[in-house]
Design a protein around this ligand. Sequence first.
Ligand SMILES: *Cc1c(COP(=O)(O)O)cnc(C)c1O
Length: 362
Amino acid sequence: MRTPAAILEIDLAAIAANYRLLAGRVGGARVAPAVKADAYGLGAARVAPALAAAGATTFCVAQLEEALALRPLLPAARLQVLNGCLPGEERDFVAEDLVPVLNSLEQIALWQAAARAAGRALPAVLHLDTGMSRLGLPPGELALLLAAPERLAGLRLETVMSHLACGDEPGHPLNEAQRARFLAAARHFPGVARSLSASSGIFLGPDWHFEEVRPGYALYGGNPGPGPNPLRPVVTLRARILQVRRVDSPTTVGYGACHRVGGPTRLATLGLGYADGFHRALSNRGRLFLDGVPLPIVGRVSMDLTVVDVTALPEAKAVPGALLDVLGPDQDVDALARDAGTIGYELLTGLGRRYERRYGGA
Ligand SMILES: *Cc1c(COP(=O)(O)O)cnc(C)c1O
């Protein structure tokens, strides 16, 4: 038997409920979940089939490897690879029926050559850069493409997409500017589905939904906007107390001796550290909870261990073996990320491999 130092619970029913909530928001638009980065650290092999059971037919991943891992689990799904098809990957894309997002004239040419070699039309998504300057055809490349439409011959263009830079800031002027650029560009591809919004964009309103949306973070319970979170929480993380000590005389805690205990205090040492994706930036900043009682992290978070001040808890509760809430009803991933000076996306995708993972609601 094994006693896990920390337990990560992922509620698949909540993910399915979030999928339905988003699908309800966007009317008839297709919801194409982003399951890249192992479904934001939650386990794509469990999460993607749960989303398929909830109705998803199209999925977005970043890399070929991720699509190949999903293909046996989702034999009929449309798998869109956001980074596109890189030189040398054409064979796998064709063999596994993957849809590359074409981000440049170079990628278009490569995929066209693959279609010629395959002797049939190959599906594709065309990515237009409207303000991210990251991936996608910049306006100059789009102009070249429109001047030479034969560059797309042999390809079955299914979707044109773009990506918002500031979707989580509803008043940001770049949102409207990107929408206008996207609309103008998409007019050159009549009959092709349009996709602009990820999680945040969905909440900008119906003008942002078009024919497809690509949410990731919101499906996993993250808050897509500045207001109250409309999504259901998905992730629970609890860490076990390994040892409790009573400190009566002045002393310091942990590496660097950067926390000094003054008066009588009870300290609990937990089996959770930065090797588990529990950021070192939470040293002397973050909090854990038990029964709603906040328990401050004291001293530095180390690789496998974190110390919290449990003086506020009844002695009978703060005992070795007890589990404290890291992510749960009192603290969601957005709140913990704020204390760590980052965003919930980074916390989720960095969730450690040592947790005992439990999937609920399957
Ligand atoms: C990651 C990603 C998404 C999903 O973004 P969320 O903010 O997690 O909803 C959608 N589209 C593209 C192009 C992405 O890279």
